[in-house]
Ligand binder design. Sequence first.
Ligand code: G
Ligand code: G
Ligand code: MN
Ligand code: NA
Length: 250
Amino acid sequence: NTLEGDLRDAIARCQLEVHYQPFVDALSGERRGFEALVRWRHPTRGLIPPDQFIALAEETGLIVPLGEFVLRRACADAAGWPAELMIAVNLSPIQFKEAELFDMICAALADSGLPPQRLEIEITESVLLERGSENHAFMERLKQLGVELALDDFGTGYSSLSYLTAFPFDKIKIDKSFIRNLTQQPRSSAIISSIVTLARGLDMSVTAEGVETPEEFDRLKALGVNFAQGYLFGRPHPIERILFDAPVKS
Ligand code: G
Ligand code: G
Ligand code: MN
Ligand code: NA
């Protein structure tokens, strides 16, 4: 059994699971939505995290059916949540090569009944480098539909700031590597503070990822981030384990 064969089977047999991690409004501390994070429930190897199979899925093209599964599952689940909660879904750069991606997203929204305004698509900078103008047009179509766009893992890629201004992002997600040691390292604060200033100037909001301690959260609030996500507010969990303030419809 190759891992690729196993992954192909897993997609066909619905052995993939979507877990959800909350993010909160930094000012009020209120939950604003969840990020969908895929896991593989392997029959013998147990629960496999995405960093062990996303790259393989990208190399083999399996990311296309996998990504569709995650998006459809996430939209269907989120359609049953209280209406103020967003659902954020990661898109791989490889999915962008699919001509049908826009239609697939429209179909996932229509089939689930989720309003486009409640869907946020997370993409990494690599998407902006290759096929920049096609991807730009694709992103504009998503925006016209009402979908929100977030730039994920900001600060880890080939960040040329010109990309930020050229693409229609609503939100920047600061990578968790900048949040680590935030309370010890003045340099991290300076970086985050600059990102917040930049984002404000571009009319974008900022999420801090990987927030683990109250001290980090306090510092981030003082620095002006809009949203926070991390173990402090909750780890990724299956839908059954997420507790809502309001009852979840099924
Ligand atoms: O879930 P975890 O925190 O271990 O996520 C590890 C990485 O896998 C993250 O970079 C995340 O963006 C990526 N990832 C998780 N779920 C998905 C998914 O559904 N699609 C894609 N393309 N990447 C995902
Ligand atoms: O899509 P992205 O690369 O941002 O995926 C988020 C990743 O970060 C997932 O692997 C998730 O499990 C992980 N993560 C989420 N919150 C925390 C946190 O507070 N600390 C750490 N170390 N990892 C986190
Ligand atoms: Mn993400
Ligand atoms: Na990220």
